[in-house]
Design a protein around this ligand. Sequence first.
Ligand code: CP
Length: 317
Amino acid sequence: MRSFLGRDILSLKDVERDDYFRIFQVAEELRPHAENRRNGDLLKHKTLLTAFYQPSTRTRLSTEAAMHRLGGHVLGFSDAKMTRAGDFYQESMKDTVKMLEYYGDVIAMRHHVQGAPHEAARWASVPVINCGDGWGEHPTQVLTDLYTIWRDKGTLDGLKVLCVGDMRMRTMHSILYASSQFDMEAFVVSPPELSLLDEFKGELAERSVNYREVESVEECIADADVIYMEPVVQADYTQSRVDPTAEKGTTPAAYQVTRRLLQEKAKQDSIVLHSLPRMDELTTDVDSTRHARYWAEAANGVSLRMALLALVLGAIE
Ligand code: CP
């Protein structure tokens, strides 16, 4: 297993099977800080810099919470327009990062441009964590999701995962890359205009990812151990910010999960994950069923990100 010390977390393409289990093991070790709401001091000499060029509720705040839980320091921005990268100067990534690397020991970045965190990592002498890049990837979210599945099922092997939503979405890319490391079978359900791009399918073929495109949730939900969701009605992730519109559209039934569908068709022990925010693809009547795991997912995001920070900063080998 490669050392995590100083490692950028940019993509799940290059994360290997053993790496996942090491991250989960460390997340378990550090979990009591989050569960008992007691901050420790493991990272008291370290500073996290959050550079968020796109809105976020969960990813930024759980990464910051993780750093606080480990006694570290946090600074950053959540509105690039209030920095020189977002105003008149449009300061380049290189020039921005050449400052940020002196202000923090690790940079957590979200950006609307696919590959922007990779560009930052080229220039930064400190680790860069990709917190979502355009339609690219969302590694920390999917590590959180896999950790949630592993805690629930005790394994990531032998599982059938139903992925439903917009297949251009970064979480869908990361989870399908990750699935190549496990004995997983994926059913992929999306509207035709939001289906997997040919270029991405080529990458999945290269990685021998075991997946099958299916027309509706109803067709495959009975076989699924995990139902992994994203909206089909959603924002353009290549924009820095998308204001709400009065007309948002509704999700066709083929791409929705409801309490009734779960009751009538799903396995008793299947679990529903959604990285959130949701629209009407996941109805709120699912919240009170035994299938819902999205709140657990949100909570697990803190422990998982504690593990990543501790590992890349070398506080834990
Ligand atoms: N799941 C997720 O990435 O949520 P945020 O956009 O709120 O960070």
